[in-house]
Design a binder for this molecule. Sequence first.
Ligand code: SF4
Ligand code: ZN
Ligand code: ZN
Length: 311
Amino acid sequence: MQVCAACGSSNVFYARPYEGRALCSPCFVGDLEEKVRRTIARHAMLEPLDHVAVGVSGGKDSLTLLTILAKLEGRFPRAKLTAVTIDEGIHGYRDEALEIARRHCERLKIQQVNVGFNDLFGITTDEIAATKRQLTPCSYCGVLRRKALNRAAVKIGATKIATAHNLDDEAQTALLNFLHGDISRLARNSPVLKDPRGKFITRIKPLAEIPEREIVLYAYARGFEFQSTPCPHGNHALRNDIRAILNRLDEKHPGMKFTAYRSGEKLRRLLDNVLPYAELNACERCGDPTPQMICEGCRLLEALVPLAARA
Ligand code: SF4
Ligand code: ZN
Ligand code: ZN
């Protein structure tokens, strides 16, 4: 009979295929939190006086991130957390998530700031989806969400931006960047993106080494309510294929997602010498970091907003 590797309880909640370790529910929760703490420490993600802007969408990943950071913050009384929730303007989908995020922040007693695409950029994701455009709605939405989070973080004076990307996201991104031969993105996709000149806010991904499945289990074990409705515009065709391939590989050869993630990390460290972060500029329009002169968000908006106005 399988027993919990930490406390010996026969009430096994989850057995990690890549470790061959079974854990009961309370030990699994404690173990996952400890893994996140170790990721944060290994990558020196946080400092005692940080003000962290945490992107909180209302999904399982961001609720898990906020909960664990709130717990860790207890050990650093001078640190501060602010949840930033972005309303992309997706009718019937985002409304539910916003409400879940609001209730979760209230329970944790964490200040929450809401920012909307419409107020910031004069256009919503629903409007983008209805416009004649070259890219998928997700391509615009993802870039603009990043931009919105950056703006909110600057406005509240945050020293770090934390996002809830998990191991699956990071492994998929590493493979996608590799397949596209996107050297610039390979060089910048990191659990910590820090500007050595201190010009831009450091971005951190404390869940980068936690598999998505374990985040679902954590959210379930902690009894979180989280949004399960899929976004009506969600259509990352290539990413979905990569996800399916990685899931199949990981099932057959446990630990393959870690392998893909670590390969991405090795390449990034190598590229660090060739494409240093210092080569990022402040966008001429908005000041966001960009490898070009004008950031992707500004370029997309400049092409899109006049089209949307004519539609
Ligand atoms: Fe935006 Fe695409 Fe995510 Fe929907 S699935 S919220 S359109 S990035
Ligand atoms: Zn146990
Ligand atoms: Zn810009």
